[in-house]
Design a protein around this ligand. Sequence first.
Ligand code: ATP
Ligand code: MG
Length: 276
Amino acid sequence: MSMTQGRLEVRGAAKQFRVGGVPLPVLDSVDLSVSPGEFLTIVGTSGCGKSTLLRLIAGLDADYGGEITYDGARVAGPDLDRGLVFQEPRLFPWLTVAQNIALGLLNARLSEAAKKRSVVGHIELVGLAGFEDAYPHQLSGGMAQRAAIARGLVNRPGLLLLDEPFARLQNELQRIWARERITMMLVTHDVEEAVYLGDRVVVMAPRPGRIAATFDVGLPYPRDRADPVLLGVRNAVMAALEATTEPQDGQPIGSVLPQRVRSSGLLGGMPVPISA
Ligand SMILES: Nc1ncnc2c1ncn2[C@@H]1O[C@H](COP(=O)(O)OP(=O)(O)OP(=O)(O)O)[C@@H](O)[C@H]1O
Ligand SMILES: [Mg+2]
């Protein structure tokens, strides 16, 4: 069990990549505080920097501007107390479900027996009991995602970062969050899911990725999907999300991009280099 609090502070976070030799500002001035035990959800158009932000928080990329601290310490590398479930399940095909999940405990200071108990417990938690010895190719997409979530949870991190886990895991995620009492940050394309699960919903805007709006859902759990308050927040989030894809100040969004990078118009306007 994590001995830390799980408080995350993101202050003026900025990230730039180089695409075709051109600097591409991906995140700019991202400010975010996440309280211990909070369930924060993030929505935003494709390519707006959601995965990049989670990678920075997970410590997979220490080359960023601004400051990200977790329980007061600057995030400069990965840590067992911050788990990340990637956008794709990334299971090793030659390992079974149980072996894949046990990888999450590779560096944990636990006895072999305690590791085994934790693996079994988390397989049950995500609803995969009976599939311990199955290989990834024998799983459905959603089951592979569950295995990836179990691998992220098996260390009992204080903070779990979830990058678009397969849709329709809402109830399981809520149950896990309530039981494990950890801080969760979930990226999703599904506004309904974001509002149904989140204490707060963050809407990100693209190019450069930044926080456009934050909504407090303010409803206790478990929630009723038909709750009019929930529907009201959903409409507000959708409107905020749509506003991020509209041209601002009479300028097309593409005009803020470096000269040699243009919106492809595909994938939600993900910028692609048009020349090397
Ligand atoms: N390693 C990299 N090198 C160069 N550019 C990158 C790299 N990783 C991401 N980018 C760019 O950063 C931007 C944000 O990417 P990111 O993966 O964070 O988006 P996202 O919001 O997670 O999108 P999606 O919803 O499609 O998953 C994109 O324009 C992408 O092209
Ligand atoms: Mg992503």
